[in-house]
Design a protein around this ligand. Structure first.
Ligand code: QV4
Ligand code: CA
Length: 508
């Protein structure tokens, strides 16, 4: 009996739902389109010291080079081979990054594009990031190698038109992308070899791109072929962390729950609904967030990978729609990310973006394709300004004080229960996490002035939204918690950031 219990505990902790972060780190960051050399440096100089658990990296395998439009970000979702060779860097640079990040306690998660190869319309030739030959028309990808047998043309040789038909969604082409026949052991083996190569290098897990477009059983067959994680950094028997990109906002044939057996799923309702609430659209109010999470129709917390925005829906691709908050709406965005990081629901991912020139025509951004900051297609370095923000048009939301400090907050309150909820029936809300942290929001059009139960021990705390605790002093607001756990909060509705957060480590 005891043995069975122990086994099931091990099963949970070592299994595909566990991100395998080090020392109770609770959030990862998507460094979208960053080069491996910059990520290695960022792990050492920032992510490690600030308590980030890991990095989701852009697809590391060879992709098609698209010149019209000029080098869009989305060319990286059109694989040509499984060579580690992209504009983010080569295999040596990738290995160096994984080693250096792991050594400072920061994990690497790879965006694995395994549902398809490139679009059917790309010309034959060597327009690829490593110069490998491709002939999409003949289904030839000799650098893998794949040939006509390895694609789903015999099941479907056209587009997905109907998302109410699971067969189409999984066997037809997503945006013209040549759909792999993942029921074939040969294809499964090629994909697993690629993923095992990365596991052996030391990555901690994978985002499975377009998982909705793959049969859950085919994914499972691939996962069953994967190695355990590298014991240089992970305990013996650790399974790769898996989170599957399944966009399920309801109303389609395919449900996120069909994928729970394989790992976590991306919960797209999270960002779509939180954006609606913070924008106060459709009569939504922050007070309704009292039962946020499963109570809002989302997947179980231990199956959810959550985020406010991602690389698709921050520019109108993927799902979520106009309610999605991004760095372009900085004030509301910080509140949303703050709420996500304070709330116990799900495993959290922070977005880190680059700026591009938006050009809206009839509500659609004509420049939604623009790739990372570059010189003639060569991705620019992520430079760091004296004030610790990033240069060269890298936004680095993860370095914004409010966001960086809320990642630390989440680590400090890890495992603590959701507690001491308060609201004014409108858009002023507060809640704590056990006796370790407390956060207050004012998203109403009038001031907040309230004495609230924080659950924290008596003392003076530094608000980590308006400032930092530095050498025992506070550069922002101070909050005095009495011996009864209560504190008075005042938040003007015109404050630069209309929220306050305090936690055990911000005590002065
Ligand atoms: C064009 C035509 C097609 C035609 C095809 C012929 O539009 O009608 O059949 O040529 O070759 C790009 C272009 C698209 C082009 C296609 C193929 O935008 O116009 O088709 O390439 O050349 C990203 C982008 C896509 C992009 C794709 C590949 O968002 O625009 O397509 O990369 O470069 C659904 C899915 C979900 C998906 C989401 C975007 O359920 O899985 O759409 N999200 C993931 C990634 C996303 C990525 C893909 C999946 C595909 O997060 O970034 O798409 O890997 O909701
Ligand atoms: Ca498919």
């Amino acid at each position: 009996m005891k043995f069975v219990l122990l086994l099931s505990l091990i099963g949970f902790c070592w299994a595909q739902y566990d991100p395998h972060t080090s020392d109770g780190r609770t959030a990862i960051v998507h460094l979208f389109e960053w080069r491996w050399v910059d990520i290695a440096k960022e792990c050492e100089r920032y992510l490690g010291p600030k308590g980030f658990g890991g990095v989701q990296v852009s697809p590391p395998n060879e992709n098609v080079v698209v010149n019209n439009p000029s080098r869009p970000w989305w060319e990286r979702y059109q694989p040509i081979s499984y060579k580690i060779c992209t504009r983010s860097g080569n295999e040596d640079e990738f290995r160096d990054m994984v080693t250096r990040c792991n050594n400072v306690g920061v994990r690497i998660y790879v965006d694995a594009v395994i549902n398809h190869m490139c679009g059917s319309g790309n010309p034959a030739g060597t327009s690829s990031t490593c110069g490998s030959y491709l002939n999409p028309n003949n289904r030839e990808f000799p650098a893998v190698p794949y040939s006509a047998w390895d694609f789903n043309d015999n099941k479907c040789n056209g587009e997905i038109n109907n998302y109410n038909d699971a067969y189409q969604v999984r066997n037809c082409r997503l945006s013209g992308l040549l759909d792999l026949a993942l029921e074939k052991d040969y294809v499964r083996t090629k994909v697993a070899d690629y993923m095992n190569h990365l596991i052996d290098i030391g990555v901690a897990g994978f985002r499975l791109d377009a998982a909705k477009h793959m049969w859950p059983g085919d994914i499972k067959a691939v996962l069953d072929k994967l190695h355990n994680l590298n014991t240089k950094w992970f305990s013996q028997g650790s399974r790769p962390f898996i989170f599957q990109e399944v966009i399920d906002l309801g109303g389609e044939a395919i449900k996120g729950s069909e994928y729970f057996g394989n790992g976590r799923v991306t919960e797209f309702k999270f960002g779509a609904k939180l954006g609606t609430v913070i924008r106060k659209w459709n009569g939504e109010k922050m007070s309704y967030l009292k039962n946020w999470g499963e109570g809002w129709g989302m997947v179980p917390s231990d199956r959810a990978l959550v985020f406010v925005d991602n690389h698709d829906n921050q520019r109108g691709h993927g799902a979520g729609g106009s309610s999605i908050l991004t760095f372009w709406d900085a004030r509301m965005y910080k509140m949303a990310v703050g709420f996500m990081l304070a709330h116990p629901y799900g495993f959290t991912r922070v977005m880190s973006s680059y700026r591009w020139n938006r050009n809206f025509q009839n509500g659609k951004d004509q420049n939604d394709w623009i790739g990372p900051p570059n010189n003639n297609g060569v991705t620019k370095e992520v430079t760091i300004n004296p004030d610790t923000t990033c240069g060269n048009d890298w936004v680095c939301e993860h370095r914004w004080r409010q966001i960086r400090n809320m990642v630390a907050f989440r680590n400090v309150v890890n495992g603590q229960p959701f507690a001491n909820w308060w609201d004014n029936n409108s858009n002023q809300v507060a809640f704590g996490r056990g006796n370790r942290g407390f956060i207050v929001f004012n998203n109403d059009d009038w001031a907040l002035s309230e004495t609230l139960q924080t659950g924290l021990p008596a003392g003076t705390y530094c608000d980590v939204i308006s400032g930092d605790k530095v050498d025992g002093n506070c550069t922002g607001l101070r909050v005095n918690v009495g011996s009864d756990g209560k504190a008075h909060f005042s938040i003007s509705n015109s404050a630069e950031d209309p929220f306050i957060a305090i936690h055990a480590d911000s005590k002065l």
